[in-house]
Design a protein. Structure first.
Lengths: 492, 610
């Protein structure tokens, strides 16, 4: 799918604007250069959520490698950036702006950073550079849990994701993890979105119902149960206003699915081949699974390792699938675990929502940063007005606003056209076929026909005197989108 | 308090011995009133239950746990749906289930209606679907179970921390009447900050708290989590025992009747903890009350008989006796008088209590309004209203519950004060005071900002911009009504360029100020209404308390008066009767008096056993 050229045009325009401002107010040049360079970098996606929501596990699953340390107790205490680099490197940034390279080792898979004698409260963040392909597309940021008993850890996350001062939010988008929908989750999401242009905004935020395998406490239908809950949360008006969508993900399964070893598969086969009564007895509780005496040919350490990798639900699911013959190889099991875990769906959504809109989000972040910068230094009103004009003028932002309004319920449009409008404006992906609701492989002829049909429909609604005002104005935005789409298709 | 078809703990027959003896003595002494009181005390003792509330955040497995304890699928369990109403389980000879309605005005007893077991979810599942669900305070289930027959009642409460903020108020309202609390937090992770805060509140309202950690079958690291929780509790200085349990194992243990499995599930420890520690504690205080009631009755019986005996043995003495008894009778009659001192204490006390509770409520609401206005001033209400309104309604409900706790505590003190006019222990009434629960103030505050244009995104912005920039209703009229607003979004930047930034900023500030003003009005309106409702409920509850205390003490005054009249009549009778009948009566009275020390010893033994 080719990127729509218009979007890069917006980013280019924004960057040009930055250069103009730098020329007029040379004192701001260094900051502006930083904003520009940030806009060139991969999208920054922060992973946030309450304490023990499974943030690090999910991060590892997304990276496809076990980088972030995970533990049963509260574990992540520092904001940690995982970004693409040519060499393996860990750097620390202090609150005073100083940086230092840190020694580290990989133990048990995860990266163990040696902080030495450093005071943890004086560290702003850690940056891990790792030459792994998945980090080329986006930089992932692991954050400490919210609602942690140690308040300073909580505060660290809060100040990173929703800074009190006028600093721009350092991340472009957020994956918010929740286990159940708590009032604290909603208030946190609110504070994250508190800026003028993306008021409670579902644009740059996707929620993940994490540890989805635990929802049904180990029943085999856990994932479908989790999907049902995720759908309900996704429909909750309070959450709709804040996040794009809610996706159930079992991080542990995903992590296991990404790096499943032949050895582990063979051990699972041993379990599956034993009598059903025997395995059921073992898989009843985690204690039994590890400690119960059995003659299936796995010692305690081996069983403990399996449980650690897959969790009780994962073990049950794997054994069940091998036994029924649904999977018959390491690769088969790995892929089943990934599909079941929901990680592929999340990846797809991230690509659709954040990836395709990367430039728009980047442009938006850059504009917001510039605006704050200009306001801070009290330069001329003209500059401020120019930034504002760019913000108001870009059709991409207008689309986002209308999507926002639909989500927030402030756009009072009756029922059925709504989902269609959301899709057209790019809610489920900004590619032409996605917007038009066509199959992925549809060619230009089909696209043209579809776009003309949509155009007619929305033009009619926009111009009809019977359309209520909010509908007419939203329809007008849709018309403009259709025109843009048509131009894109025509240009090939 | 208890339903006719349910009853509390079984009572050891030994404990009923002294009551039986006293009944016999009272009959022999010709005192039907004492007979009645003895019956009442014995029944109260037999009915005494230890109410254990199960609380915690939602989706922690509270309902499964209650089901596992009761060994019956009573509370609906679902991966998604949460509990909406308290469900109480107590002992009954036959399984039964009823809904208990909220106490209405002018009602002294809660109405109940029997329902079918299948109907339970329509009341306790979120959201309740039964048509009368709004007026139902709780669902009460009676089950023939040995554990409950031992004097235990369990209450499953709605989980807190979810989006429905009224739930926490509902849970809090259960706490003051609970004897003990099981705080549930599953083994998936250590206690979080909100949970520990909630635990603090729970402990402040009910001392006896146990932390139960379900789902240990599923989490390999549960022992770590238990240790971590122990650490958290210790650091806060909380003395809370922890019991980890597995509902899955418990279910299997019951199916296969496997005691070992039951022990592994942790439920045998949990149940013996409830039986041996929680219930035993409640029973020992019930025992104290029972023994003190009986002591009182014996102490009343004894002087009457002694004076009668004195008159019977020495007729010379009789005249003095009669005089003294007449004086006592007059005193007792004074207590029945409207102008009696206890009546005054009660009515003064009620007035004071009324104004204290009212004052407390007002102070709390003043605080809320102050905080709310500060919050409005610090934020843009259009952006934060949903959050804000949830916060506000939570604060209001918390205030109502706290006010109610004060009301409860002070009512008990009032009862004690009034009882000091009678030389007797009146724990019986103060323990049994029925005080209606506060109903959560459900509605959320409303905020109508339709009158203030600038709210969201481009549409609002350009609209106000045009009005300010072009200075004309004309422009607004043309663009606003007929012409497309979306067009305005494109026009806006151009116009902004012309009129400059000033107007836009001013317009924004103006709109913001107006929104804040409007938000503050909404806060006032909401809190006023909530305060009105809460204060009315508090007044009704107090009126109810007053009526109960008055009735109780009036009855006691009547009893006292009867008692002295009886003594007087007996003395006069003795004075008039023949030598032969006098001797006969003397023998009876002497016999009873001889028995009293033995009965007294028995009564004391009951108290000592507790």
């Amino acid at each position: 799918m080719s990127e729509m050229p218009r979007r890069s045009a917006l980013l280019t325009e924004v960057l040009d604007l930055g250069q103009q401002i730098a020329r007029e107010v040379p004192s701001l040049a260094p900051e502006l250069a930083e904003i520009s360079s940030r806009a060139e970098q991969p999208l920054r996606v922060a992973i946030a959520g309450k304490v023990k929501a499974g943030k690090s596990t999910l991060l590892n699953a997304l990276v496809g490698d076990e980088l972030a340390p995970t533990d049963a107790g509260e574990c992540t205490k520092l904001v940690t950036w995982y970004q693409h680099g040519l060499v393996y490197r860990v750097e620390m940034t202090g609150r005073d702006g100083s940086t230092a390279q840190l020694p580290f080792e990989r133990e048990d898979g995860a990266i163990d950073v040696d902080l030495g004698e450093r005071d943890i409260t004086k560290i702003e963040r850690l940056t891990v550079e790792w030459p792994v392909k998945t980090l080329e597309e986006m930089t992932l940021i692991d954050t400490p849990g919210i609602a942690s008993v140690s308040t300073d850890i909580s505060a660290r996350s809060h100040s990173f994701l929703a800074p009190d001062d006028e600093k721009s939010t350092p991340s472009d988008a957020v994956i918010y993890l929740l286990r159940h929908l708590h009032a604290t989750d909603v208030s946190f999401l609110h504070s994250f979105h508190e800026d003028e242009y993306a008021q409670p905004s579902p644009i740059n935020c996707v929620a993940v119902l994490s540890r989805a395998d635990e929802v049904a406490v180990g029943r085999l239908d856990a994932m479908s149960s989790a999907a049902r809950i995720a759908r309900r949360y996704g429909d909750d008006p309070r959450l709709r206003r804040l996040v794009q969508t809610v996706i159930p993900v079992a991080g542990l399964l995903a992590q296991a699915g990404t790096g499943l070893r032949e050895l582990e598969y063979r051990r699972l086969v041993k379990l599956a081949e034993a009598s059903e009564a025997e395995t059921d007895r073992l898989m009843l509780t985690t204690d039994r699974f590890v400690n119960a005496p059995t003659d299936i040919g796995l010692d305690e350490a081996q069983r403990r390792a399996l449980l650690h990798r897959l969790g009780l639900f994962g073990v049950r699911l794997a054994v069940h699938s091998i036994r029924t013959g649904d999977v018959g190889s390491t690769a088969g099991l790995a892929s089943m675990l990934r599909v079941e875990s929901g990680i592929d769906q999340l990846r797809g959504t991230l690509f659709d929502v954040f990836g395709a809109r990367r430039d728009t989000l980047k442009a938006r972040s850059a504009l917001l940063a510039m605006q704050r910068l200009v306001a801070e230094h009290q330069t001329s009103d003209a500059l401020d007005a120019r930034i504002e004009r760019t913000i108001a003028g870009a059709h991409e932002f207008t689309e986002l606003r209308v999507l926002n309004d639909i989500r927030s319920g402030s756009l009072n449009i009756a029922g059925d056209g709504l989902a269609e409008l959301e899709r057209l404006l790019g809610a489920s992906g900004t590619q032409v076929n996605r917007r038009l609701g066509l199959p992925e492989d549809s060619g230009p002829d089909k696209q043209k026909a579809a776009v003309l049909e949509e155009l007619g429909k929305w033009r009619e609604r926009a111009e009809s005197p019977l359309s209520p005002r909010p509908m007419a104005s939203a329809a007008r935005v849709a018309v403009r989108t259709c025109e843009g789409l048509f131009a894109t298709i025509a240009a090939g | 308090m208890t339903a006719t078809s349910t009853s509390g703990g079984s009572t050891d027959t030994n404990d009923l011995q002294p009551a039986k003896a006293i009944l016999r003595l009272a009959d022999a002494a010709d005192r039907p009133d004492l007979n009645q009181r003895t019956h009442a005390a014995a029944n109260r003792f037999a009915d005494q239950t230890c109410t254990v509330a199960v609380v915690g955040e939602f989706k922690m497995g509270k309902s499964s746990m209650v089901n596992a304890i009761a060994n019956a699928p009573l509370c609906p369990v679902d991966d998604d749906v949460a509990t909406a109403k308290p469900l109480e389980i107590r002992n009954a000879d036959e399984p039964m289930v009823a809904v208990v309605y909220k106490l209405e005005e002018d009602e002294t007893k809660r109405r109940m209606r029997e329902i079918e077991f299948e109907d339970i979810p329509s009341y306790v599942s979120e959201p309740p679907t039964a048509t009368d669900a709004d007026t139902v305070a709780l669902v009460r289930v009676g089950l023939p179970r040995k554990l409950f027959a031992g004097g235990l009642a369990l209450i499953d409460t709605p989980g807190v921390g979810g989006l429905g903020s009224t739930h926490s108020a509902l849970t809090m309202s259960v706490l003051p009447s609970a004897d003990a609390v099981l705080f549930v937090s599953d083994a998936s992770q250590e206690l979080t900050a909100p949970e520990l805060d909630f635990l603090d509140v729970v402990i402040s309202m009910c001392q006896r708290v146990t932390l139960v950690m379900p789902k240990i079958d599923f989490y390999p690291q549960w022992r770590r989590i238990v240790e971590l929780n122990k650490g958290h509790l210790e650091r806060r200085g909380l003395d809370v025992p922890i019991i980890p349990v597995s509902t899955v194992l418990r279910r299997m243990a019951i199916e296969s009747n496997d005691a070992e499995l039951n022990a592994e599930s942790g439920y045998s420890e949990l149940i013996s903890h409830m039986r041996d520690t929680l219930v035993a504690n409640t029973r020992s205080s019930a025992r104290e009350e029972y023994s003190s009631s009986l002591r009182e009755i014996v102490n009343e019986l004894k002087p009457q008989l002694e004076s009668e005996l004195a008159v019977l043995s020495d007729p010379e003495e009789s005249a003095r006796q009669v005089r003294e008894l007449e004086m006592q009778k007059e005193r007792a009659q004074n207590l029945r008088n409207q102008a009696a001192r206890w009546q005054q204490s009660l009515s003064d006390g009620t007035t004071d209590l009324n104004s204290d509770v009212e004052h407390d409520l007002r102070a709390r609401f003043r605080e809320i309004v102050k905080d709310a206005e500060a919050a409005v001033e610090a934020n843009d209400p259009a952006k934060t209203w949903d959050d804000f309104s949830a916060w506000l309604s939570d604060r209001v409900n918390t205030a109502i519950v706290q006010n109610y706790t004060l009301l409860h505590q002070r009512s008990v003190e009032l009862g004690e004060r009034v009882s000091s006019h009678f030389d007797a222990d009146h724990r019986a009434i103060t323990d049994r005071l029925e005080i209606s629960d506060p109903s959560a103030f459900r509605t959320a505050p409303e905020f109508d900002d339709s009158g203030i244009a600038e709210k969201k995104g481009a549409l609002g912005n350009s609209f106000t911009l045009l009005r300010g920039g072009m200075g004309g209703m004309v422009m607004v009229g043309v663009l606003g009504a007929a012409a497309p607003i979306a067009l305005a979004a494109w026009v806006a930047p151009a116009v902004a360029g012309i009129v400059g930034r000033k107007t836009l900023k001013e317009e924004r500030d103006r709109a913001l100020t107006q929104r804040r003003l409007q938000a503050k009005q909404a806060v006032r309106k909401y809190t006023d209404e909530a305060q009105f409702v809460a204060s009315k409920e508090a007044r009704d509850a107090l009126r109810h308390v007053n009526r109960q205390l008055r009735d109780h003490f009036m009855e006691r005054a009547e009893e006292l008066s009867t008692s002295t009249s009886e003594s007087l009549a007996a003395a006069q009778q003795a004075l008039r009767s023949t030598q032969e009948s006098r001797d006969k009566r003397k023998k009876i009275v002497q016999n009873i008096l001889n028995e009293i020390p033995k009965v007294s010893a028995q009564v004391e033994a009951i108290g000592a056993a507790g």
